[in-house]
Structure formats: C-alpha cells, structure tokens
Design a protein around this ligand. Sequence first.
Ligand code: DAK
Length: 261
Amino acid sequence: MIAAMGYEHILVEIEPPIATVTLNRPKVLNALSPAVIGEVSAALSELEADGNVQAAVLTGGPKVFAAGADIQDMADQGAVDQLLRDQTGRWAPLAGFKKPLIAAVNGYALGGGCEVALMCDLIVAGDTARFGQPEVNLGIIPGAGGTQRWPRTAGKYVAMEVMLTGAPVTALRAYELGIVNKVVPWEMTIAVAKRIARDLAAKPPLAVRLAKEAVLKAFDAPLSDGLAAERKSFYFLFATEDQKEGMHAFLEKRKGVFKGR
Ligand code: DAK
C-alpha cells in the first residue's frame, strides 16, 4: 500500500517497510528554502517514529537532486538572521535519523544539496549526477557540513579542490572518490535505491541501527572511544530476540524473521 502525507514542497510515499521522500520544487531545481528544510525534517521525524518503516530513500526525482540553499531567500540576509534561523539545527532530524537513509541522486547535488546527500548513509547516483560545493562563488562557504564531511570521506586534496574551485565532480569521479556507493543509468536511480532500502529493511532493525550508530561514531570520536562504543553495542545485541532468531535461523538453515526486539 502506498500512503502519502500532505506537504507543499516534498512528496512522501510510504510503502512498508520503506518510505521515499522526494524534494518537489522543480522550477528552482529543488532549492532548499527554510520551508523545504522544515518539511523534510518533519517528514523524517514522522518516519523515525513509524514502526512500519525500517529504511528510507531521499531523492529529488529524475532530473535534479537539489541546487543548494535558496539563494533568493538568502541574498539579503544578515549574519544575525542566519544565526537565529539555526539552519544547521533544522537539519538535525536528517543527520540524526536512526534508520538507514539512502540518497538517490540524479543531476545536480550542489551546495546544501550536496551536504544533504552526504548526511545520508548510502548514495546511489544516476550517471547524470554532479556533486559540488559552489558556495565560494557566492562569497560564502558551505554551512551544513561540507567542509568537514568531504575531507573525512574523500581526503584533504579533493576537498580543497571542491571547496576552493566550486567546480562539481561527476558521478563517476564521485564513485572513484568513495563518496557514492553505486552509479547507475539515471532512469534506475530511485528504483535501485528503493531496492537497497528494502534489503536493509529486511535485516534485524536493532543490529542495523547500532551498526549505523557505530560507523557514525568513527567520524567524531577517537579510536578508543569508538571501539568502546562498538563493544557495548555488540554485547547489547546479545540481549535481543533478533540475535537469537538470526543465529538459530542460520543453524537451522532457514531465513530469519526479525521483530526489532
Ligand atoms: N536557489 C534559488 N534558485 C535557484 C537555485 C538556488 N540554489 N539554483 C537554481 N535556481 C533557479 C534559477 O534561478 C532558475 O530560476 P528562473 O530563472 O527560471 O526563475 C531556475 O532555478 C533554473 O536554474 P538555471 O536556469 O540556472 O538552470 P541551469 O540548468 O542553467 O543551471 C545550475 C543549473 C545548478 C548550474 C545553476 O542553476 C546554479 O548554478 N545554481 C546555483 C547553485 C549554487 O550556487 N548552489 C549553492 C547555493 S548556497 C547554511 C547551511 C547551508 C547553506 C546555507 C546556510 N546554514 C547552516 C546557515 C547552503 C548554501 C548553499 O547551498
């Protein structure tokens, strides 16, 4: 069954056990206005709480992912306006989403659009995808994590090139740099991302959640703290019904049925 929640700038489809959130401002290449950010965050908060959804896809549709924050909206803003708006805080439901979140990227993923893709757990890119941080050309720098997530993933020199030149990289180069998981013909991007989401949704949800949490820990904790966190989650999973089911299903040569308990 497909259910849709009513939003103005995004579309939300729920096809249990997955959901798809589609940015939907085609006239301005899905520019991320505060209203769009608010709707994406609200939708993800709802999906986080929805027990019928175990994984989600975030996309901009067949042509463009997002050409960045809305320049029309920002052009005459002051520093205090930006500070009070707390745009970074408003992305928290996305960066902190506990279920797997897969970006399905066709066309431009620029500026804030690229940063949103980099906040996802996996990225499926269509062959038309272009990833970049052109903020420097507007007299600003990335403000939603670009300067930090690019070097942690693609290294210092690529990050410098992307930030300082503002020139985007192709889907293929992004794949070679390790910032996307798969490059597929653009017509297939969303379908492939959904297929991956369904695969992940069939796995033991608590193990998936704690695996995601442990990997993200590697981005901001020293190795010893990361290893300690991993160990705790590893032990904890032995208290779950899904661990018993997963291991016994393996021994009994059958497919496990997981409840997220
Ligand atoms: N904002 C507003 N409108 C945009 C837009 C954007 N980012 N990108 C495109 N549009 C609009 C265009 O103005 C045009 O509108 P009309 O003229 O038709 O009314 C329409 O979309 C189609 O665009 P083009 O005619 O330019 O289409 P092209 O195919 O020729 O070019 C393009 C596509 C993507 C190369 C080009 O549109 C472009 O360069 N767009 C701007 C890309 C960009 O500079 N992006 C970075 C924006 S700055 C923050 C955190 C993060 C951020 C800000 C704050 N805080 C935590 C506070 C993020 C900042 C950014 O992303």
